[in-house]
Ligand binder design. Structure first.
Ligand code: ADP
Ligand code: ZN
Length: 720
């Protein structure tokens, strides 16, 4: 296999390395810039969300640079995964940590010293192991990659004292460049990383935290189980994680799901470690599709094809929520995150929070929880909310990927009810929260209403025919509209703004827009995020994934994985399967163009996949042919002008095109369209465009070829 080591770095085309060694066609945002910086020998700090593709930023340079790339990584499980994945791509990589016997570790270090390894992964503790410093002195280390770099900072959420040892690397290996990577770092932590690692001249790359392929859904926690069952069914052929608050909760929910025909395994810190390892292992190998877990699950898991993350209980912080949802769709394919939200869940946490002794921490926990609740209650775009929380601005009016932006809205005339609400706020003295105002409007006999003698007000009971939730929603909408405002203190009293007074004075009419009521029931809102919306586009036409072939290829992948003892996603990713089931590559060259097919994978698995595709495509052509003969008998023969000979010629042309383009024949034209062509014999583009199955794109691409065959055929007939 071609290797790029030792090639002068300004000569090599890193894109070519990307395709040959990793099988990818395109860089993800910032990857190319980061790799360029690393290859130029400069220090680099990378801040990228989970799934953003950090690993490639040091793995690709490792293959181009002379010398060894030393990777510091804190999680043993992850290390093994990464090394397995690299080896599956034919990269010489190994790891040394406490799980590796001394004898074996010695062999690995010897290989590294002799230049036979491209990447060596070690845990930070290793730096303190006797002899390791000597090794570093004698090995030719060209690049140091520090993964999860926030662990070095006490300001981070994951401080690891052993990371402090990394400071020495700068001196021991003064000629090697450093790249530090993290998914979570506030400005403070970032500064700390730079200082601790002595990389003050590092270039910093901060990528957007927007995960375009994730759909964020918040659902009121009403009959959440039924909705969860539906969502899990929808993602039945992918992996899902459901997060619960308590250990008991995970056990109960897992068995309830299993009884509903959705086999699920619980995972929490109270389980035996061997059980936990086994569960995790089965999940990675697609042997267990659904895990119901406390937040403990997912840390060391790099599984790229998780399609659904559901939060059955409220997470404690938005940071945690973002991190957990981040485990969905790392491979960039559309995936869904559902939060079952009830403001009542706040009470569950308040107890925990009250038990926190340190008053400062207690206050912080409370604030974090308030943010989480604000997220659940927001009626604005979830994505924008999350990104703004993490300090990024997002001002597209419609993200197209959250429950708010996807919901069907309805406008309604709110003139009268708005007047009523504003009057009630004024009449009650602008010193109560929305709940009280709503009680007064609905004519409640609650003690607080009577005590304040609000039952004597003219507004008392004037909106008795409105529901409580409906009125609360209207109060919120009026806030959004700027006619009402809420005090920022904990009493959250409502008052009328200047704009609100104007509105009352001018007696303007007011239309508001709200999410349609039926959008909130499970059936109506089970809008499927389009699973194949990433299907590649060619020539302006969207081709679709053939689900049968996809399934067959996925089975084949499972069998290959089993025989190699690798997780299926390390054979090839879902994206690759989808592209294969879309473009039907028939040759090795064609297969090499599929995303994720590196040279090594082409060698290893190419023939297996090509065989499956050929067999499938041939069977399909046969049945398509049989169908059309049937149709020809049924209708064609009845029409004197259906010309079987012309039909054959057209089909011949289609076959040639299909081979040349590596596309299934029916993607060009269906037999039905060819039959119509053979019957109506269009002579020009205008009449060609009238055939059924001919859109503007196909007209552009194919009309000339087919018209030529028809013209030649007709001419040959006339001269004959
Ligand atoms: P992170 O460490 O930032 O969470 P990873 O490095 O694990 O992310 O990458 C997430 C997934 O994206 C992996 O499956 C990886 O193979 C894939 N990936 C990385 N870069 C690309 C790319 N340029 N094109 C397609 N897939 C990529
Ligand atoms: Zn949105």
């Amino acid at each position: 296999m071609a290797t790029f080591r030792g090639v002068a770095k300004d000569e090599l085309d890193i894109r070519q390395v990307l395709k040959a060694r990793f099988g990818y066609d395109e860089f993800r945002p910032l990857q190319a810039e980061i790799i360029g910086n690393v290859l130029a020998g400069r220090d680099t700090l990378v801040l990228m969300p989970t799934g953003g593709g950090k690993s490639l930023c040091y793995q690709l340079p490792a293959l181009c640079l002379d010398g060894l790339t030393l990777v510091i990584s804190p999680l043993i499980a992850l290390m093994k995964d990464q090394v397995d994945a690299l080896q599956a791509n034919g990269v010489a990589a190994a790891f040394v940590n406490s799980s590796v016997p001394a004898q074996e570790a010695h062999g690995i270090l010897t290989a590294a010293r002799a230049g036979r390894l491209e990447l060596l992964y070690v845990a930070p503790e290793r730096l303190a192991v006797p002899g390791f410093q000597d090794f570093l002195g004698s090995a030719n280390v060209g690049l140091i990659a520090i993964d999860e770099a926030h662990c070095i900072s006490e300001w981070g959420h994951d401080f690891r004292p052993e990371y402090r040892n990394l400071r020495t690397l700068r001196d021991t290996l003064s000629s090697a460049a450093i790249i530090a990577l993290t998914a979570t770092a506030t400005a403070k932590v970032r500064d700390d990383i730079v200082e601790q690692l002595g990389m003050s001249r590092a270039r910093q790359f901060v990528s957007s935290f927007n995960r375009e392929n994730l759909t964020y859904i918040v659902r009121p926690k009403r009959r959440p189980f039924d909705h969860l069952v539906q969502s899990l069914r929808r993602h039945a052929d992918g992996a899902s994680i459901v997060y619960c608050l308590s250990r008991d909760g995970t056990e109960t929910l897992a068995s309830k799901l299993s009884r509903r025909g959705l086999p699920a395994l619980p995972y929490h810190a109270g389980l035996d470690s061997s059980v936990r390892r086994d569960t995790q292992e089965r999940f990675i190998r697609d042997d267990a599709r659904i895990i119901v877990a406390t937040i403990a699950f997912g840390m060391g898991i790099d599984k790229p094809d998780v399609r659904l993350i559901a939060h059955y209980d409220l997470p404690k912080t938005l940071e945690g929520y973002y991190q957990e949802t981040g485990r969905a769709g790392r491979d960039g394919l559309p995936s869904e995150c559902v939060l079952y939200f009830s403001a009542g869940d706040r009470a569950k946490f308040t107890r925990f929070i009250d038990e926190i002794e340190n008053p400062k921490e207690r206050e912080r926990a409370r604030q974090k929880l308030d943010q989480m609740i604000a997220y659940g209650e927001a009626r604005t775009c979830r994505r924008a909310f999350l990104l703004q929380y993490f300090g990024e601005s997002y001002d597209r009016p419609d993200c197209g990927g959250c429950d708010v932006c996807l919901a069907e809205r309805e406008s309604f005339d709110a003139t009268e009810i708005a007047q009523m609400v504003l009057s009630a706020v004024i009449r009650t003295g602008e010193r109560f929260g929305p709940a009280h105002v709503v009680r007064v409007l609905r004519g409640s006999r609650a003690w607080k209403v009577l005590e304040w003698r609000h039952h004597e007000l003219p507004v008392y009971g004037i909106a008795g025919d409105y529901g409580r939730d409906e009125l609360k929603e209207i109060v919120s909408l009026l806030e959004d509209e700027g006619l009402l405002q809420r005090s920022p203190d904990k009493f959250a009293t409502v008052s009328v703004t200047a704009a609100g007074h104007d509105f009352l004075r001018r007696r303007e009419s007011l239309w508001l827009s709200r999410i349609r009521g039926d959008a909130l029931d499970p059936q109506a809102s089970s809008h499927d995020p389009p699973v194949h919306s990433n299907a590649p586009r060619t020539g302006g036409e969207t081709f679709s994934v053939n689900p049968e072939l996809f399934e067959q290829l996925s089975d084949l992948r499972g069998a290959l994985a089993l025989s190699r003892k690798l997780p299926p996603y390390m054979i090839v990713g879902d994206q690759a399967l989808q592209e294969m089931a879309t473009f039907f590559p028939r040759t090795r060259d064609g297969l090499a163009h599929i995303s994720g097919i590196s040279q090594a994978k082409l060698e290893d698995f190419g023939d297996a996949f090509l065989n499956a595709i050929r067999t499938f495509a041939d069977a399909q052509d046969l049945s398509e042919q049989a169908n059309s003969q049937q149709r020809a008998r049924d209708q064609g023969n009845g029409r004197p002008d259906f010309d079987p000979e012309l039909f054959e010629r057209l089909r011949e042309l289609r076959r040639r095109l299909s081979e040349a383009r590596e596309q299934p024949a029916y993607v060009i034209f269906s037999n039905r369209t060819l039959e119509e062509m053979a019957r109506t014999r269009p002579r020009d583009r205008t009449s060609f465009a009238e055939l059924s199955g001919v859109g503007p794109a196909k007209l552009e691409e194919f009309a000339d070829d087919f018209l030529q065959v028809i013209r030649e055929y007709v001419a040959s007939r006339e001269t004959a």
